[in-house]
Write a protein that binds this ligand. Sequence first.
Ligand SMILES: O=C(O)CCC(=O)C(=O)O
Ligand SMILES: [Fe+2]
Length: 280
Amino acid sequence: MQKNALQRLPATWQHWVIENLAKGCDPEELAMKMERDGPFDRTLAEFALAEAHLQSHPESFVRPPLPEIDTTANKIALPDRVVDVLLSVAIPRIVLLGNVLSDDECDAMAELSRSRFARSKTIDNDSGVERHDVARTSESAHIQRGETDLVARIDARLAALAGWPVAHAEPLQLQKYQAGNEYRPHVDWFDPALPGTAKHLDKGGQRLGTIILYLTDVEEGGGTSFPGIGLDIHPQKGGALFFRNTTPFGLPDKKTLHAGLPVEKGTKIIANKWLREKPY
Ligand SMILES: O=C(O)CCC(=O)C(=O)O
Ligand SMILES: [Fe+2]
């Protein structure tokens, strides 16, 4: 993560940050103004604000605990597997990992869900109802938490990876894309301002983080794309993509806009694990 962000700001902006936080201004609004008016990007602004806030209110700093992956080295030793850190982005927080699942584990997960796939749905933000949507043309299947020993092992591995309890996560949701299938740009977090999201927030709170497990390679196409920051990830069997759906202050982050690009050749199977604020 970005260190000494406050010191990297021009002195006038350092004072501005400290003064406005002391006045009780909303850090998200300050970050917006800094992005608009300052000679630096939003990433640096958010980290500087978080640092200044922590320095001035060490006792009252209530930054919520968030899922996070330790990317200080190029390998992470989990209790049952060593995984590779391939890419680390600060804001939006994105980590690409290799070797999270073995080929056999990927195949076993795909086999377990094989007979369950049905056309995917999305959540209507006005009504909260799940419905078929041209924006998502893949097929979905669910695997319950701890459904088999293998699933329990994978759930525990992901919990250790992101420092997030197994019980604060949804069951694995598998997605299968054939040639031509895609999931157009969307965010995974629920917008609390929209009427249809209340019932989804009621159970488990916000989706703070997403882990996508790539269960297959894809011959052509089918990348996971973040159009707002120009980042495309090509699926690699056994790899995983983590992104945190919130800013360092725990609020929904629009920069996490992402898509499953159309598969051009081959079949893509992924498993999504959504990390929730509260027990799910
Ligand atoms: O298919 C992908 O790479 C992304 C899937 C996704 O964003 C989702 O299922 O929410
Ligand atoms: Fe998504």
